[in-house]
Design a protein. Structure first.
Length: 282
């Protein structure tokens, strides 16, 4: 293998060109990989590079923070900071725009999930073409309803297409953790693998795809997209509903309670992040 080339990025989101045809995007936002408005332009720029580079064929998204893929959006950042980020090329707000473009890019995207992929972490994984999870360490969820919020990054449009209406509603409305083996059975991820095998499997798959013809990859993906991706008209209302729910006093009260319990800090993941909805009040 050629020596990896570090791409444009920051210490928090790193783009590594392992080969001209195979890239890695690594999230490193300790302590718990919270994604905030300052990360939106960087992730958008990375997706633009993925869309436009003539050689790249496959991109893997992973994390350098133990126990966390991406946990949730940064609720401590002023809402004005998110609203100030301009819409993307699709005309959608920045986060939905970036996820939609990632799904449609003529490049294969793979999420390698070890630790918590919850909230926006789940939404990024769902926007990828494939998802592979550590059987022992992956935890996925859309926890927002439990905090009085409406998820905003497209899971209502994407999850029913992956797992059916009933299971999608179970995931969304229970706001509960889904571990690797159940995520596989429900279709939330392609496969869950023993943790010791996850990296080797994803690397081998990415390297295999990177050897194939780019035009054949792009055209095959385009035709699958026609049959399976939600249209933009289904994505935008989710972000609007998320922002509206975020402004409601009930949601603000529940978020404040979560923050008081350490939702933004490392610690006992079962009590801090794997919360029980009933403990937050009515």
């Amino acid at each position: 293998m050629n020596r990896p080339e570090r791409g444009f990025a920051t210490d928090e989101i790193r783009l590594e060109r392992r080969l001209p045809t195979y890239w890695r995007v690594t999230f490193d936002m300790p302590p718990v990989n919270i994604f905030g408005p300052r990360h939106l332009p960087l992730l958008s720029d990375i997706v633009t590079a993925i869309e436009t580079d003539p050689q790249v064929k496959v991109v893997v998204f992973d994390s350098a923070v133990k126990g966390f893929f991406i946990t949730h959006y940064d609720f401590l950042a002023p809402l004005e900071e998110s609203l100030a980020v301009p819409p993307g090329p699709t005309g959608l707000p920045s986060l939905p725009d970036t996820l939609v473009r990632l799904s449609r890019a003529p490049v294969v995207s793979i999420a390698s999930i070890r630790g918590r992929a919850t909230g926006v972490g789940s939404e990024l994984a769902l926007a990828c073409d494939m998802r592979f999870a550590s059987r022992e360490k992956a935890i996925l969820s859309q926890w927002e309803v439990g905090a009085g919020l409406v998820p905003g990054g497209g899971p209502m449009a994407r999850l029913p297409r992956l797992m059916g209406r009933g299971r999608a509603l179970e995931v969304l409305l229970s706001a509960d953790d889904v571990h690797g083996d159940l995520a596989e059975r429900y279709g939330y991820v392609n496969r869950s693998l023993p943790d010791a095998e996850l990296d080797g499997f994803v690397e081998a798959l990415a390297m295999r795809i990177a050897t194939f013809d780019k035009d054949a990859i792009a055209e095959t993906k385009r035709l699958v997209d026609i049959a399976s991706l939600p249209p933009d008209v289904e994505i935008k209302p989710e972000w609007d509903a998320f922002l509206a729910s975020l402004a409601r006093p009930a949601a603000q009260s529940r978020i404040k309670a979560l923050m008081g319990r350490g939702f933004h800090r490392p610690g006992d993941v079962e009590t801090r992040l794997g919360f029980h909805v009933g403990q937050l009040g009515g």
